[in-house]
Design a protein around this ligand. Structure first.
Ligand code: SAM
Length: 625
């Protein structure tokens, strides 16, 4: 158990060791960067009652409600500075979801339901609830406080999305005054709690409910500043965001960034929208991975510059992790996940459901949606470690900044330049492809068949018609193809001399061994006419040539020997000269020499290996599959 200072108070921090533990049983990564001065160590849940101990010390007393204007109503303001990462308040809330919300039928039933829930919170809370400013005329229902519960509820509640997108309506006495901003200075999340049985023991077989609403400062909040959170995931330009606020929250957003849009923030939120759109399009993800990474990188930089630090940034890191996972790139995926985990810990602490999701992905990356759709990024987790060592320049590798739009560069292809070889403005890393990689790259870059889809909203009759049309078109295309093939074949048969121009294609219909056997038979037939000794010599020579031709599979030779041999063979092979020349086969209009040269020449692949410097090795561990 450790002790940390928070605003002059001492806070018990339990389980720090647990937080610093590596995620997977792997070699220890380099030490983490020093903590930022404005952040104190994060509190973590404790075994007994997480809510009680975790949020004992908050900045609740340094806040007050103030009236803003008619369009927004009240807001919650600070009376003193609140440092980034601190819990502003963590309060108990009344919440309605699922079957309970279904009881909201008719005003009387609704009022009874809210009253019942509010009374269950205790007398003090009940009084606080009824003390919230109620703008409705009191006598509307006849009595002085008739329908007061629902009136207050309707004005001050918030919508919370729990895991699996379960909607819950929440109301807290402080939370009631926290307004939305498209670029908020605090984050809101709800701790989850399992229902307790009659003995007060948590029943983990039941779905968890909401424990407390926690508002945590995501940046330093000055004294007198309004505390704002994001009610929804705001993205796009101001008009789009206002449309979203009216759709999701039933108000027209008039936050500072919608009232007077700033070009830079507008640009950042528009980029976020673009990135989200890209992530809905698997085709772009597949064909333009480098563009996606670059967009994400620029967005993260922009967020940093504008000091936007909220779940949207977590989402960008998560998207990058998913794109890496999509390509089986565990090294990059892990690093993106670690970044997302760090940020969500800073924003929400280890209690929110977003943290739970990221923690699960860290432990089991294949659980990320779309994982392993392609293998072109294949890498191992430990390959991300060298990027820890080189935080300053790792972005080049992590986001593939030097890649072509359609490229996906594997981690092991990056080599770090030694200090004396780096020119100003140049990337620290260069990409090394070898012959094997180039072959694989060609395969990786093959485009998949395009996926066509018929929108679900089309009329069934229209869908049927479209499918039939597609089938007819496909049949037509196949028929055309077969016609073309038949035409080609016919032409070939009519002009046998003109046939093969491709030296690779000796006899398409025949097996290579058949051809060899035929050749042997032909040699034997022509040899019968020769005197016995001469014949033997020639046969021996022919066999030698054939052995060379077949690549001397059983006797591996040195590269140098092979080259000499090929060149030697070429010297002897004069058309019509020696007896070792293979006579033209009746199915083989083109002389066989070009084939011989081609086959042999292909073996002369020289793999260029750059000088391996110990420094490069150290930073870029090489791992080939
Ligand atoms: C939880 S209450 C916050 C307190 C509220 N300002 C009041 O005095 O009643 C949520 C309501 O505040 C208003 N509100 C919050 N953020 C807003 C914003 N950015 N623009 C316009 N209205 C907002 C909306 O009417 C919303 O339904």
């Amino acid at each position: 158990m450790g002790v940390a200072r928070a605003g002059g108070e001492e806070v018990e921090v339990q389980g720090e060791r647990q937080l610093n533990r590596p995620l997977l049983a792997l070699p220890a990564p380099p030490p983490p960067p020093p903590p930022r001065s404005s952040l104190r160590p994060l509190p973590v849940p404790v075994a007994e009652d997480p809510d009680e101990k975790l949020f004992r010390h908050t900045y609740e007393k340094r806040t007050e409600r103030k009236y803003i204007d008619e369009s927004v109503g009240y807001g919650l303001f600070t009376t003193a500075r609140i440092p980034a990462g601190e819990v502003v308040f963590a309060e108990k809330v009344v919440w309605l979801a699922g079957t309970e919300a279904q009881r909201w039928k008719g005003t009387k039933a609704a009022d009874d339901l809210v009253a019942e829930k509010v009374r269950a919170m205790g007398e003090e809370w009940h009084r606080g609830f009824l003390g919230l400013p109620n703008p409705q005329p009191k006598e509307k229902g006849g009595g002085s406080s008739a329908r007061a519960y629902t009136q207050i509820w309707k004005r001050y509640h918030m919508i919370a999305l729990q895991s699996q997108n379960v909607k819950a309506l929440v109301l807290g006495l402080k939370l009631a005054f926290v307004n939305h901003s498209c670029i908020a200075n605090a984050s809101l999340y709800y701790t989850l709690r399992y229902p307790r049985d009659e003995n007060g023991v948590e029943d983990k077989s039941l779905p968890p409910g909401i424990g407390r609403a926690v508002v945590r400062a995501s940046r330093d909040i000055k004294a007198g500043e309004e505390i704002t959170v994001a009610y929804f995931y705001a993205k796009g330009e101001c008009g789009v965001r206002q449309l979203m606020s009216s759709m999701y929250c039933k108000f027209w957003c008039v936050c500072a960034f919608c009232r007077e849009p700033v070009p830079e923030t507008e640009n950042a939120l528009e980029r976020l929208y673009t990135l989200e759109t890209i992530f809905e399009d698997a085709d772009t993800l597949y064909k333009r991975p480098a563009v996606v990474f670059k967009t994400a990188y620029e967005l993260i930089k922009l967020f940093e510059r504008l000091k936007i630090s909220d779940t949207r940034e977590v989402q960008v890191w998560l998207y990058c992790a998913m794109l890496a996972g999509f390509n089986c790139d565990l090294g990059r995926a892990m690093l993106f996940l670690i970044k997302a985990r760090g940020l969500v810990l800073r924003l929400h602490g280890p209690n929110g459901h977003l943290y739970d999701r990221i923690r699960i992905y860290c432990q089991m990356p294949p659980l990320m949606p779309g994982f392993g759709a392609t293998t072109r990024g294949l890498s191992a987790v430990k390959q991300c470690y060298f990027m820890f060592a080189d935080q300053k320049h790792a972005a080049d590798v992590l986001f593939m900044l030097t890649a072509k739009p359609d490229e996906y560069i594997r981690l092991h292809r990056y080599r770090r330049r030694p200090n004396n070889l780096v020119k100003p403005g140049e990337s620290r890393y260069f990409v090394r492809y070898d012959a094997q990689d180039a072959k694989r790259k060609k395969f990786e870059e093959e485009e998949p068949d395009t996926v066509e889809f018929i929108p679900w909203w089309y009329d069934p009759e229209v869908r049927k018609q479209i499918l039939e049309e597609k089938k007819a078109k496909e049949a037509e295309r196949k028929e055309e193809e077969s016609k073309k093939a038949a035409k080609k074949k016919k032409k070939r048969e009519e002009q046998p001399g003109k046939e093969t121009t491709d030296p690779d294609c000796i006899e398409p219909e025949k097996d290579f061994l058949d051809i060899c056997r035929e050749l042997m038979r032909e040699f034997d037939a022509s040899d019968e006419e020769q005197p016995e000794r001469e014949q033997q010599e020639l046969r021996e020579k022919d066999r030698e040539t054939l052995r060379n031709l077949l690549g001397a599979k059983n006797e591996p030779k040195k590269r140098g020997d092979e080259e000499d041999e090929v060149e030697g063979n070429q010297k002897h092979e004069k058309p019509g000269g020696s007896k070792t020349q293979l006579p033209p086969h009746k199915h083989e209009p083109v002389p066989s020499q070009p084939v011989v040269r081609e086959v042999a020449a292909r073996k002369r692949v020289v793999v260029e290996t750059p000088p391996v410097l110990p420094e490069i090795e150290q930073f870029a561990p090489i791992e080939l599959w």
